[in-house]
Design a protein around this ligand. Structure first.
Ligand SMILES: *Cc1c(COP(=O)(O)O)cnc(C)c1O
Length: 413
């Protein structure tokens, strides 16, 4: 009995949604176009994008250099499969390893695939180099981690939504509290091939471990002859004000996973970078991907590396991040936020319980005022604007946030 002519956008959307699996609960906006930090919906309303594709859009929407690289490659060569080499794969490998101070890279597509690749490489290294009895490799992971959605990765997850009813689970993971190096040490034994953590837990709400956490995990892995594997799919490539989040701790992992921003907001590009001794165990035929390292991905990935190589965007994330920190700390002091965690241009904000505002409701009110962000885990909001955002636009986003929180607290500005 739907009157389609009179149906509001939300009704049209619900009708269309019947054909779409319900594995997401997006905000009620239907986007049509984007440029830089701004997106426009189908009604012509403009929004400031302060989620930036969970850091997949670190350079904003349609960055000119990235679009130009993609367009040029579309007119040249887009896919070869790894059955044949192409002329951008070598240069991308060299550029990405130079940018990250690593020896070797293995290209994949999505973040989850990069993590799967790291798990496989660590296990194979464990059996062939460390000498762990076959089938017994263990990997120590952190509580609350997010590493993707494959069946093996959700086997390592402690989040019920992520994990429940997807078993039987892949064995071989030991979960310890995040940020607790002693707990990690207690879980490591002679079967342990790797300790796998995010340097900053993104999906859990930008949880930042103690400053000595990564250095202590590094020392622990060195002592135990295990690999330190850092998942930087979200934290890497400028977000924290450094090329990699691990740079803040002065640590180099044996394997680091990259994704999201590596595709420049244009297409999925991921990679594992790390030590030759480890990635070198993946000999021909033991691992691969039809699309991994394709010419279009390499063209965009190379352009991403070119954007990050001078270090200006990292410096910008630090400078704008200092402003972000000062402003959200003021909201904590005002009692509007119960907590705020910031690193670089990245913030996890806990809405004060007294406001009676869920993270979802807060992101809906922000969207109604033209600022897009997304809640994570109850009352937490995540801010991760493009690293290219202007100081004025960042101010606008934070002014809007303050207005929404003050209004919920019953003290309109
Ligand atoms: C997003 C994310 C992934 C998964 O990436 P996909 O491209 O969605 O598969 C893995 N690890 C971390 C830390 C992430 O934030």
């Amino acid at each position: 009995m739907l009157d389609h002519a009179a149906a509001p956008a939300s009704a049209t959307r619900t009708a269309a949604g019947d054909a779409l699996a319900p594995n997401y609960h997006p905000l009620d906006v239907v986007l049509h176009a984007g440029k830089g930090s701004w997106v426009t919906d189908v009604h012509g309303r403009r929004y400031l994008d302060c989620l930036a594709g969970y850091s997949a859009l670190n350079f904003g929407h349609r960055h000119p250099a990235l679009v130009a690289a993609a367009k040029a490659q579309l007119d040249t060569l887009t896919l070869t499969s790894r059955a044949f080499d192409h002329d951008l794969l070598g240069p991308f490998a060299v550029a990405l390893t130079e940018l990250t101070g690593t020896e070797m890279m293995l290209p994949m597509n999505t973040g989850a695939e990069a993590v799967e690749t790291a798990i496989k490489a660590a296990r194979k290294w464990g059996y062939e180099v460390k000498g762990v009895p076959d089938g017994r490799a263990s990997i120590v992971v952190a509580d609350g981690a997010f590493h993707g959605r494959t069946t093996t990765i959700v086997s390592a997850s402690t989040d019920p939504e992520t994990r429940d009813h997807f078993g039987p689970y892949t064995p071989g993971f030991r979960v310890v509290p995040f940020g607790d190096a002693d707990a990690a040490a207690a879980a490591v034994d002679e079967t342990t091939v790797a300790v796998l953590v995010e340097p900053v837990q993104g999906e859990s709400g930008v949880l930042i471990p103690p400053a000595d956490y990564l250095p202590r995990l590094r020392a622990l892995c060195d002592d135990a002859g295990a690999l330190l594997v850092l998942d930087e799919v979200q934290s890497g490539l400028g977000r924290t004000g450094t090329t990699l989040a691990q740079d803040l701790a002065g640590v180099r992992a044996d394997l680091t996973t990259l994704g999201k921003a590596l595709g420049g907001g244009i297409l999925p590009v991921s990679a594992v970078v790390g030590r030759r001794e480890v990635l070198g165990v993946l000999t021909p035929g033991t691992h691969g991907s039809t699309f991994g390292g394709n010419p279009l991905a390499c063209a965009v990935g190379l352009a991403v590396v070119d954007l990050l190589a001078p270090g200006d965007l990292q410096a910008r994330a630090r400078a704008l991040g200092a402003e972000l920190t000062a402003r959200v700390d003021a909201l904590v002091a005002e009692g509007l936020l119960a907590g705020a965690r910031t690193v670089g241009l990245w913030a996890g904000l806990d809405v004060a319980p007294a406001l009676g505002l869920t993270g979802r409701a807060a992101s809906e009110r922000l969207a109604a005022r033209g600022v897009l962000t997304k809640d994570t885990h109850g009352s937490t909001l995540r801010l991760a604007p493009p690293l290219t955002i202007t100081a004025e636009d960042l101010d606008l986003a934070l002014d809007t946030l303050a207005d929404v929180l003050r209004e919920a607290a019953g003290r309109p500005a």
